[in-house]
Design a protein around this ligand. Structure first.
Ligand SMILES: [Zn+2]
Length: 124
């Protein structure tokens, strides 16, 4: 199912998704992001992600942790689907690895177990 990578809500008639390569964002999050970016332009306090992290309490960090973990999991699933689609189109492990910036062996080790019918890296 396609969900927003930011708030994890599925798409519906009132909240459509904009899809990018391996990611999706919903209308509501686009609105929030747009407002945030607009604010940031005038807010010298908001400099970097790590600086903003430092501004959260431990309780706030803890509350968001499950959503962050789910977001990473969703992104990993999308990446695997992406690689699987490339393999279905007979793109070699060497080419996939090159675009990921890793060795062919490590690309194969990372994805082949999650993709049905993956031949050995020596195969292609
Ligand atoms: Zn969203």
């Amino acid at each position: 199912m396609d969900v927003c990578n930011f708030c994890l809500r599925p798409a519906d008639r009132s909240n459509r998704l904009v899809m990018g390569p391996g990611v999706a964002i919903c209308q509501e999050c686009i609105g929030s992001a747009s407002a945030l970016v607009g604010d940031m332009a005038f807010d010298p306090e908001l400099r970097s992600f790590s600086e903003r992290l430092g501004g959260f309490t431990v309780e706030e960090l803890s509350l968001s942790l499950p959503d962050i973990a789910k977001g990473v999991e969703t992104a990993q699933e999308r990446l695997t689907e992406w690689v699987a689609e490339m393999r279905r189109r007979d793109v070699s492990w060497a080419t996939i690895a090159e675009h990921l910036g890793v060795t062919r062996q490590s690309a194969w080790e990372r994805f082949s177990g999650k993709i049905k019918g993956s031949p050995e890296p020596d195969g292609s």
